[in-house]
Design a protein around this ligand. Structure first.
Ligand code: ATP
Ligand code: MG
Length: 313
């Protein structure tokens, strides 16, 4: 069963220089207990897509389309109804744990706050629950650590705290935004294992630059480029048989695949030209790629790609 179905989602920011089209006509569907990877280079719109689902963007943002979660369009809910969804149904692990944790509050109190807000527990019950949560994310000596401040935690431990906060109200869906960034390889793999463990019975939208982490965790992967999804397939197919020239380039830029960067830069999201957005950087581009904007086409087995080279219609 589908837990989240996004249709024709657009998130546009009006700015002095023009409209920044950060998310443009995105469609995606997540099944119950699916771990869905969202990958793409910096500025491609991954975080904004997550924030749009959570409805955490500034009020002048233009959002259109549908975000249907368990049969309800989140974009149609009142702010009060949305508050009941946040944390309890859908929790987001924000991209930067250093800025997401309040430096002057004890870690235990910050998690307790999240729990009390949604579960109406008294102080003592919330405190017990906090220790339980820290145990769940494998933080050693949790009774002692609840009284410490964020700066007393290492990067990996802070990330565990973020995961504990997200899990505190037992959400059905977790949106994890770059939970492994800035961690060294050993710690990263521990966090990846933890994320896998805590999402056995739930769904996760896993946003990352880190293809190794995505390969380890995700069932399916969508590749985002300049605000659009350009490829979607089972994780294995993305790695073994990438069809979009951008996905191929992205994979080739990995250290274990030749470290060959894609030439050029990602386009500005203001005044995006017609045609394929990847056209100026694409080694396979043909004349019509400059003019015609490709639609997503299915190549079989649910493998979707937005590229005119594969569009035979
Ligand atoms: N409030 C805003 N006003 C205007 N533009 C914005 C705003 N917030 C984000 N953007 C732009 O939207 C685009 C997408 O940003 P986003 O943070 O989603 O990228 P990302 O894929 O998460 O990148 P990274 O991998 O670096 O985290 C960027 O070009 C960014 O500059
Ligand atoms: Mg981001």
């Amino acid at each position: 069963m589908s837990i989240l179905r996004i249709t024709n989602l657009k998130t546009w920011f009006p700015t002095r220089d023009g409209i920044v089209k950060a998310v443009n006509a995105v469609d995606l569907e997540m099944k119950e207990t699916e771990r869905f990877g969202l990958i793409g280079e910096t500025g491609s719109g991954k975080t904004i897509l997550g924030m749009t689902i959570m409805r955490l963007l500034q009020p002048d943002t233009r959002v259109e389309g549908e975000i249907v979660y368990k049969g309800h369009d989140l974009l149609k809910l009142s702010e009060e109804e949305m508050r009941k969804i946040r944390g309890k149904e859908i929790a987001m692990i924000l991209q930067n744990p250093t800025t997401s944790l309040n430096p002057v509050l004890k870690v235990g109190n910050q998690i307790a706050e999240a729990i009390r807000l949604h579960q109406g527990l008294d102080k003592r019950a919330a405190k017990e629950k906090v220790v339980e949560m820290l145990e769940a994310v494998k933080i050693p000596s949790p009774e002692k650590r609840v009284n410490e401040y964020p700066h007393e935690f290492s990067g990996g431990m802070r990330e565990r705290v973020m995961i504990a906060m997200a899990l505190a109200c037992n959400p059905t869906l977790i949106i994890a935004d770059e939970p492994t960034t800035g961690l060294d390889v050993t710690i990263k793999m521990q966090i990846v294992r933890l994320m896998k463990e805590v999402t056995k019975q739930r769904s996760m939208l896993f946003i990352t630059h880190d293809l190794d982490a995505a390969a380890e965790i995700c069932d399916n992967i969508a590749v985002m480029y300049a605000g659009e999804l350009v490829e979607y397939a089972k994780t294995e197919a993305i790695f073994k048989n990438p069809m979009h020239p951008y996905t191929q380039g992205f994979l080739n830029s990995l250290p274990n695949r030749g470290l060959k960067p894609i030439r050029g830069m990602s386009p500005s999201l203001i005044g995006i030209p017609n045609g394929c957005r990847f056209y100026p950087r694409c080694d396979c581009a043909e004349e019509n790629c400059k003019i015609n904007h490709p639609e997503m086409v299915e190549l079989g087995n649910g493998h979707l790609v937005r590229c005119l080279l594969h569009d035979r219609s």
